[in-house]
Design a protein around this ligand. Structure first.
Ligand code: ASP
Length: 352
C-alpha cells in the first residue's frame, strides 16, 4: 500500500462554529480553526483503505494568515517526507491555496511525487460538506504517478501554479484558465497527458529552495490612475517593495497619454525594483510588442509575465528575489523561464 503524508494547515475543512454564547454574551464571530482537525482521519476512516496515512498538524490557521514562513515550513516538511511518503496531501484554506501551491511548485525543484492541496467550502463536520469527497479524491491522487503540486477540488486536479480561487460560493471553487485539469475524478480517474514528468534520468536532481522575499507589491492598473500613487509605493521609507507585479489591461497595456505610467515604472526599475507585468484578463498572455501602450512598459524595463496568474506571478517574484538577491539578470531569466508549468507554453493547443 502507498504511504501518504497528510499535513494539516487549517482552513474551513477543519473549522467549527463557536459555541453559542451564554445568555447576555456577545454574538459568535464566525468559523474559526478548531481542535477537530486532530481527528481528521478518524472522521474519514475510508482514507485508510486508499493509503497508509501519517497525519501531521503543521499549523491550524485560516489561510488568510498563511504566508511565506508557512510556505517555507511546508516545503521543508515535504522535502523531508520524501524518505517515508509516496505522496503528500496538504489540507489548507481555500482563500490563499493558490499562493501556497505556487510557492511549493517553485520551492520543490525536480519534484518526483504528488503534492496535493485540498480543502473545502463547508467544514467536515457539516452534513452537506464537500470536505469528505475532496479528502478522498486528494488521497487517491497522492498515490498516483502525478509528480506535480496540484489543487484537488470538486472532482478535478488543477496545476497549483495555474489555479485561482474563482468562486467563493460554489463547491467548484477553483479554476485554471488556459490549463486544463491534470486529472478528472468521475467514475474513473482520468490523468491528462500534459502532467509534467521528470525524465527517467533526472536532469534536475530534487532540491528544496524554500526562500521567499516578501517585499513584493501588486498594483492593479486603473483607468485614470495617478502615476504618483505608484511612486508613493517606491518612496515609502519602510515598506518600499523590491518587486512589483503590475496587473495591466489586456495584453499588458497601461495609460500613456493624460497620466502616463511608464515613467514611474522606469524610476522603479532604475532604482533596482523588478516589475513584472501580468494581465487583468482571465485568459491570454502579456505581449508588450503588440500596442504602443504596452511597448512603453517594455521600454521602461518591465518584464512581460506571459500568462502567469497573478498569484503565481507574485510568489515567483518573491522566490526570484530571494534566490537571486544581487543578480537582476539571473532574476529576469528565472522569471521568464517556465520553471514548473506556471507559464502556458505548449498548452495553447489544449482546450479547457
Ligand atoms: N477562510 C477560509 C480559509 O481560507 C476559507 C476556506 O478554507 O475555504 O482558511
Amino acid at each position: 500500500m502507498k504511504r501518504v503524508l497528510l499535513l494539516h494547515t487549517g482552513g474551513t475543512l477543519g473549522m467549527a462554529a463557536p459555541p453559542a454564547p451564554p445568555t447576555g454574551g456577545s454574538a459568535p464571530r464566525g468559523l474559526a480553526p478548531d481542535r477537530f482537525a486532530r481527528a481528521l482521519v478518524a472522521q474519514v476512516p475510508e482514507l485508510t483503505r486508499l493509503a497508509e496515512i501519517d497525519t501531521r498538524i503543521l499549523c491550524n490557521l485560516d489561510s488568510s494568515d498563511v504566508g511565506p514562513e508557512e510556505w517555507s515550513a511546508l516545503a521543508l516538511e515535504v522535502a523531508a517526507a520524501r524518505e517515508r511518503a509516496d505522496g503528500v496531501v496538504i489540507v489548507h484554506g481555500t482563500d490563499t491555496m493558490a499562493y501556497t501551491a505556487s510557492a511549493l511548485s517553485f520551492a520543490l525543484e525536480g519534484l518526483d511525487r504528488p503534492v496535493v492541496l485540498t480543502g473545502s467550502q463547508r467544514p467536515l463536520g457539516e452534513v452537506r460538506t464537500d470536505a469528505r469527497h475532496n479528502l478522498v479524491d486528494a488521497v487517491d491522487l497522492a498515490t498516483r504517478d502525478i509528480p506535480e503540486v496540484g489543487i484537488c477540488f470538486d472532482g478535478a486536479l488543477l496545476r497549483g501554479n495555474r489555479a485561482t480561487k474563482g468562486d467563493a460560493w460554489s463547491y467548484a471553487a477553483f479554476a485554471s484558465p488556459g490549463c486544463p485539469p491534470l486529472a478528472r475524478l468521475g467514475i474513473d480517474v482520468e490523468v491528462a497527458p500534459h502532467v509534467r514528468r521528470p525524465p527517467l534520468v533526472p536532469t534536475v536532481p530534487f532540491r528544496c529552495r524554500p526562500e521567499f522575499d516578501p517585499r513584493v507589491a501588486i498594483v492593479h492598473v486603473l483607468p485614470g490612475m495617478a502615476p504618483a500613487s505608484f511612486e508613493a509605493l517606491l518612496d515609502h521609507p519602510r515598506t518600499a517593495p523590491r518587486g512589483i507585479v503590475l496587473c495591466a489591461f489586456g495584453v499588458g497595456n497601461v495609460p500613456t497619454r493624460a497620466r502616463p505610467l511608464a515613467p514611474a515604472v522606469r524610476r522603479a526599475v532604475d532604482g533596482g525594483v523588478t516589475v513584472l507585468v501580468v494581465s487583468q484578463a482571465w485568459a491570454g498572455a502579456v505581449d508588450l510588442t503588440l500596442y504602443e501602450n504596452g511597448a512603453a512598459l517594455a521600454d521602461a524595463g518591465a518584464l512581460p509575465g506571459g500568462d502567469l496568474r497573478v498569484e503565481a506571478a507574485a510568489v515567483k517574484l518573491m522566490h526570484a528575489l530571494a534566490i537571486f538577491p544581487d543578480d537582476p539578470a539571473g532574476r529576469a531569466d528565472y522569471l521568464s523561464a517556465n520553471v514548473a508549468g506556471e507559464r502556458g507554453d505548449g498548452l495553447r493547443h489544449l482546450r479547457d
